[in-house]
Design a protein around this ligand. Structure first.
Ligand SMILES: [Mg+2]
Length: 146
């Protein structure tokens, strides 16, 4: 099975609010992909949102445990520094590092992320998500299922 990596902040969650249809989305795609989170935050953030998946969205223990165990954060997958147009640096995710950590070829991975692509050479393996800021009417995840 291919791996589907989901960004957390502004893609699947806003703070502790899950994006609408996240439960339906996860229940559907876990039959087709190994689904894990990929966040530039610490692993603690993964644990927080997994608790919400389990307690609030009532996703099955199987799905949540696997996600919590194999998800990628800056604690187990190094970020890379990207120089912005303004001259500062920001940490961005590197899909090649993710593939290395997961022990698969990059072509086996798909990432859904709201972050700008910059000059990322791995754009073929990404789906650009519109940012989620807590709007309860948001239907983006539903449109992915149709
Ligand atoms: Mg994000």
């Amino acid at each position: 099975m291919k791996i589907l990596l989901l960004d957390i902040d502004y893609t699947t969650f806003h703070e502790s609010t899950p994006r609408p249809f996240l439960k339906e989305f996860l229940e559907r795609v876990t039959g087709q992909y190994n689904v894990y989170f990929f966040t530039a935050a610490r692993h603690q953030r993964i644990t927080e949102v997994c608790r919400i998946l389990y307690h609030q969205l009532k996703l099955s223990d199987d799905i949540v445990q696997k996600m919590n165990r194999y998800s990628l954060s800056r604690d187990n997958c190094p970020m890379i520094s990207h120089r912005t147009d303004l001259g500062g640096y920001i940490d961005v995710k590197c899909l090649r590092k993710a593939a290395e950590v997961l022990g698969v070829d990059i072509s086996e991975i798909l990432l859904i992320d709201d972050a700008p692509i910059y000059d990322n050479p791995d754009r073929d393996y990404r789906i650009q998500a519109p940012g989620f800021s807590g709007n309860p009417e948001d239907k983006y995840l539903l449109t992915l299922l149709l």
